[in-house]
Design a protein around this ligand. Structure first.
Ligand code: NAD
Length: 503
């Protein structure tokens, strides 16, 4: 245990802030580059304490009527709505995105809570009377026990809200391990849930890194793990969690392509692509990072439009209401993304807008990088194959829609994609056949709403069920099927050795 100071961020275990772990990590304000907090990194003992708190809270919470559990979430939703501005500010201070963008994230999170308040309806089982003479059968959906969530830095409020509200609405208890880069929003949410009446221990938050994650993945009391983050870590979480007998859903990285057809509304397409490529500084798993332009004229018109729009885009601190794009999350991420831009130039792509020289007034140490636009990107290039997770958009030129679809299908990631066209038949064929989990037609960020489910294909998701929406109800519950007959209905009248059937 270490001595804590006011700027030290702790864990939340059993309803209380708690120390735990000897190592710390700095939390930054990405706009100024200053260290604002020190975060305690949980060791295995701290994680065990959190799992114990969740385990102890489970029996009473599981026995609480679904409607009472839902009422807690409804109160939480109201509090969240009242405090969404403070929460958005916390996100911007640690993640760097603009306040409007933070508010959008919070709003999407609130919608997930709203959906979870409907859990009593969603948990209703299935019943059939008289499956046999005097025999009834029904299925019910029971909670699993202690569930865990491991979340990324880019949506510090929304992604935790994809997970624990539905998990607890279904009667589970939960241990959340948020990103160590921006821990304050998830803690704010957990304390708000306590204020709304969530019993202590139902939701616990441990801050930490790989040590904490691995302790969760190997603890036999953890029944299920939801993960959202990069693909290499998703693969590790999936393999380790499954090897330890857990149910796992692990959502990974992305390389999302937008196809632009010759008949697209070019002005609208350019505007849509600007937000999709450069919103949250490109740090979204649904960000568009590749445009596949069908035809040389399409590419030329698109590049001209994008160059003009990029010239107008304002980069600066997220808290400045005039800015369109904030900084990257860390100095390391800034250097990594800049390294990709250098590599793209070295590989022979045509850098038509170079954001590497950007300087933001009064913020010389912020983790800023201006928008970058590459033309003539080829599928063999590293800047095409790898997820950059920064404000870098590449244009790939092809001759036909079939070639565009082949390029997308050959990419190992399959999170999101979209097509801009006025041709309904082409759009329908593309949406029907493309090997990607979420598809937009003239919609650049086809992020499903809270009552659908979210998930990619191929190396963007390991596991069977998608995040939130109806799939979350199935992920956080186990089906039990009960078949009953009472003696008065004739049970035990004669011995039967053949397999029971309805014949
Ligand atoms: P990350 O994989 O580095 O971290 C995610 C979580 O895993 C964090 O909580 C982190 O502490 C933990 N972690 C990191 N390294 C680990 C290791 N070696 N072993 C065990 N745990 C480890 O991801 P990030 O940088 O925080 O977030 C960006 C990534 O998340 C991008 O790849 C993005 O595409 C992806 N993402 C995906 C989705 C989706 O829904 N598919 C949504 C948001 C973000």
């Amino acid at each position: 245990m270490v001595t804590t100071s006011p700027t030290t961020v702790e864990h939340l275990i059993g309803g209380r802030r708690a120390a735990g772990g000897r190592r710390t990590a700095a939390v930054y304000d990405p706009a100024s580059g200053a260290v604002t907090k020190q975060l305690l990194l949980a060791d295995a003992d701290t994680v065990r304490a959190a799992v114990t708190a969740a385990q102890e809270a489970f029996p009473a919470w599981r026995a609480t009527a679904p409607l009472k559990r839902a009422r807690v979430l409804a109160r939480f939703q109201r509090l969240l709505d009242e405090r969404k501005d403070s929460l958005s500010r916390l996100i911007t201070d640690e993640q760097g995105k603009t306040l409007a963008d933070s508010l959008g994230e919070v709003q999407r999170g609130i919608e997930n809570v709203e959906y979870a308040t409907g859990a009593p309806e969603l948990l209703k089982g299935e019943h059939t009377s008289n499956v046999g003479p005097g025999i009834d059968s029904w299925s019910s959906f029971q909670p699993l026990g202690v569930c865990a969530g491991i979340t990324p830095f880019n949506f510090p409020a929304m992604v935790p809200l994809w997970m624990w509200p539905m998990a607890v609405a279904c009667g589970n208890t939960f241990v959340l391990k948020p990103s160590e880069r921006d821990p304050s929003a998830p803690l704010f949410l957990a304390e708000l849930a306590l204020e709304a009446g969530l019993p202590a221990g139902v939701l616990n938050v441990v801050n930490g890194d790989k040590e904490a994650v691995d302790a969760l993945l190997t603890d036999p009391r953890v029944q299920a793990v939801s993960f959202v983050g990069s693909t290499p870590v998703a693969e590790h979480v999936y393999a380790t969690g499954a090897a330890h007998g857990k149910r796992v859903q692990a959502l990974g990285g992305a390389k999302n392509h937008a196809v632009v057809m010759p008949d697209a509304d070019m002005q609208g397409t350019v505007r849509a692509l600007m937000g999709a490529a450069f919103g949250t500084c490109g740090e979204r798993c649904m960000a568009i990072s590749v445009v596949v332009a069908v035809g040389e004229d399409t590419a030329a018109a698109l590049l001209a439009g994008m160059k003009a729009e990029i010239a107008r885009l304002k980069v600066g601190p997220g808290a400045d209401g005039d800015c369109d794009m904030g900084p990257l999350i860390t100095r390391a991420q800034q250097e990594k993304v800049r390294g990709y831009v250098d590599q793209g130039v070295a590989e022979g792509a045509d850098l038509v807008v170079d954001g590497r020289g950007l300087a933001v007034a009064d913020h010389p140490h912020g983790f800023f990088l201006g928008p970058c636009l590459f033309d003539r990107v080829e599928p063999g290039m590293v800047i095409y194959r790898e997820e950059i997770f920064g404000p870098v958009l590449g244009v790939v030129r092809v001759g036909t829609l079939a070639e565009a679809a082949a390029v997308i299908d050959a990419h190992p990631y399959g999170n999101g994609t979209c097509i801009f066209t006025r041709d309904g038949e082409a759009a329908r064929r593309f949406a029907e056949q493309v090997q990607v989990g979420m598809v937009g037609i003239n919609v650049p960020l086809p992020v499903p709403v809270a009552y659908h489910s979210f998930g990619g294909w191929k190396r963007s998701l390991f596991g069977d069920l998608h995040a939130y929406g109806p799939d979350a109800v199935r992920f956080y519950t186990r089906r039990k099927t009960i078949t009953q007959r009472w003696p008065s209905a004739g049970a035990g009248e004669r011995t039967a050795f053949s397999f029971p059937s309805s014949q």
